[in-house]
Design a protein around this ligand. Structure first.
Ligand code: GTR
Length: 385
């Protein structure tokens, strides 16, 4: 059905490497006024803020600067989840502005038998909400909580649509309308991907209240649209130590300029609520974008970035995802961090880890499963422990 949907959609798409347009990527180390960025401090204090603003303006939108409070209520606890391996909690986050409130639920598991502080993983779940009992009784390779706990990681997850409905007509029911007090979004205001990343940051706020969690060692993870949101979450919130983008494709890890598989034209017409209207202006003229997605990855430096592809998920452009990670290397280098520079992709079903960056390509289609998590946990073990 996915394929039929794609074939029947109005706009053509390209799966032919020979038809990828020639392109020149914008230099992440050149200011818009042409100045070359030549020191780590220049990157952190000048260029990075400039790029962040460009991505807000052109791609994901600006988060509101309205003051708000957030509070957390534990609504349910299971102290001996997985035969005593972990404690599970259901938590309700409540955001308050003046007298108005907006709430969303999430779940958190912390390992019981680990001495000292534990790193954690916040998963942006774009598929469904996983209530506490379900997490314990129905193993789910999309979010293998037991595996993470066994490997010494705390694990939290929330459902994207509880923060901002994943629907072009869903604005009124989400956090963005709540902040705007029901007014429609300004052209440069945040869109759903940014709202989901913001949700991950609120889960991180909660984790920072849990003394067992090592707050400097928390990864944000997402698949597909959640993977786009994960990169942006870590760009906006420097508390995240790692961003893992799985099969995120267009508007995520993949270079827009390759226009391979999903394009700016396609994604902005199918999912107008994910991006600012400015992004749609670059439909079929990706080469005029002042930015490209390698620079979104670079915004996470010097923290860690992990990108994963699957060989049949051509819609997400595996080559474009890998090339984008490599194109972020000059930024990692400037800030004194090793990263992947090898231009040839690693062999199928293998992993490459260099410094603070990692990548794998797995056989199979679009999805996040045990194989991906095993690779990713190996990466976390390397960079966090
Ligand atoms: C597709 C969309 C992709 C990706 C995916 C997903 O329909 O074209 O950009 O985000 O959905 O989230 O599974």
């Amino acid at each position: 059905p996915e394929l039929v949907k794609k074939l029947s959609a109005k706009r053509p798409f390209n799966y032919d490497e020979a038809k990828v347009p020639d392109y020149e990527l914008p230099d992440p180390l050149r200011m818009t006024d042409g100045t070359k960025v030549s020191s780590a401090s220049q990157w952190m204090t000048k260029r990075r803020p400039e790029l962040l603003e460009q991505f807000r303006e052109l791609v994901y939108g600006r988060r509101p600067d309205t003051a708000y409070q957030v509070s957390f209520e534990t609504t349910e606890t299971i102290e001996d989840a997985f035969d005593g391996l972990a404690t599970g909690r259901s938590v309700k986050a409540t955001v308050t502005i003046d007298q108005r409130t907006f709430s969303f639920p999430f779940v958190v598991f912390t390992p019981n038998r680990v001495a000292g502080k534990t790193p954690a993983v916040v998963a942006i779940n774009n598929r469904y909400f996983i209530p506490l009992e379900k997490a314990v009784s129905e193993p789910d390779p999309f979010w293998p909580v037991k595996t993470m706990l066994e490997r010494g990681y705390a694990a939290a997850t929330f459902y994207t649509s509880h923060v901002d409905p994943d629907n072009k007509n869903g604005y009124d029911d989400g956090i963005r309308a709540f902040f705007a007090d029901g007014k429609p979004p300004a052209d440069d205001a945040w869109r759903s991907l940014s709202a989901w990343g913001w949700g991950a940051s609120r889960v991180l706020d909660f984790l920072s209240t849990v003394s067992q969690i090592e707050i400097n060692r928390v990864a944000v993870v997402g698949h597909s649209r959640g993977g786009k949101a994960a990169i942006w979450a870590a760009a906006e919130d420097e508390r995240f130590a790692i961003a893992y983008s799985n099969n995120s494709g267009c508007g995520g890890a993949a270079l827009s300029r390759r226009a391979y598989g999903e394009t700016v034209a396609r994604i902005t017409s199918s999912f107008p609520h994910w991006f600012t209207p400015q992004f749609a202006e670059y439909a079929d003229r990706e080469d005029e974008l002042p930015i490209d997605q390698h620079e979104a990855i670079a915004l996470v430096a010097p923290r860690a970035v992990y990108v994963a592809s699957s060989d049949e998920d051509l819609w997400a452009d595996p080559r474009g995802e890998y090339a984008s990670l490599v194109a972020a290397a000059p930024v990692f280098e400037l800030v004194g961090i090793k990263s992947i520079t090898e231009e040839t992709m690693p062999p199928l079903n293998s992993q490459r880890i260099v410094g603070q960056t990692g990548y794998h390509i797995r056989s199979g289609g679009h999805g996040l499963g045990q194989v991906d998590w095993d690779f990713f946990i190996a990466f976390m073990d390397t960079v966090l422990k």
